[in-house]
Each structure stands twice: as structure tokens, then as C-alpha cells.
Design a protein around this ligand. Sequence first.
Ligand code: THU
Length: 138
Amino acid sequence: MSKSAEAGLGQLFAAAKAAQANAYAPYSRFKVGAALRAPDGAIYSGCNVENAAYPQGACAEAGAIAAMALAGKRRIAEILVVGDGEALCTPCGGCRQRIREFAAPDTPIHIAGPEGIRKSFTLDELLPSFGPDNLTDR
Ligand code: THU
């Protein structure tokens, strides 16, 4: 990996860790942070926000995507998710589809633990799927 790509990933990891620290997860006690980079280099982050009415809780990825959309951006160049524990904190099914809306099949999804990135996937590896392009060219 190039030095600048490595530095970019470091920034993404730092942003996700900072977001994770602010997660509101009193029910699961599982704090998650997510950070995504737009094609122009800007970084948007989010944390999970749970609710006493459990299904109303929101994932970290949803928060990061909302922040990106609020800034007027519409593309995810890469995204990183950080969670604690031994198991890989891969995005849930719903969040894979949320990412799909703004990403390409080869968009990297990096999964991190507290120590750093553990594994990277492409979106297509996690979710070969239906997306906006299915609804164009008709
Ligand atoms: N969670 C996320 O925010 N992102 C993921 O990728 C996996 C799970 C949250 C949802 C819930 O608040 C907690 O982690 C436990 O499932």
C-alpha cells in the first residue's frame, strides 16, 4: 500500500475510533464507530445510537451515511467500521444495503478492532445486490 493510502486509512481509523467513544449503547453495551471517506477526501463518521424501544436503535454506519448526505455528498470511496471483541464487526445486512446505495461493487469496507484494521472486503464480497443502477437504463 502507498504511504498516502496508509495515511488515509489511519485518518479513517482515528475518526471511527473517536465516533465509537461517543456511541450510545446502554442496552447492548457494544459501542461501534464508522467513518467513511468521500471521493474528495472528506471524512464523515457516526456511532450507534440505541433506544429503549430496541428496534429504534440506529447503527454507526447509518449515522456516517446521514452525515455524508447532510454535507451534500453522494459517494462513498471507502468505509471503516470499528467494534470491540474478538469477532469481526462486519456491517449488518441492512447497513450493507445502505452502503450499497452510495458505493460501487469494488468499494472497500474495512473492519477494525481497537488495535487497527483486521480485514478488508469489497462491498460486492459482502453483498452482491440490487442497487440504484438496477433502476436506471430501463
Ligand atoms: N452495530 C452497529 O452500529 N454497526 C454494526 O456494524 C454492527 C452492530 C450496533 C447495533 C447495536 O447498537 C449494537 O451494535 C449491537 O448490535
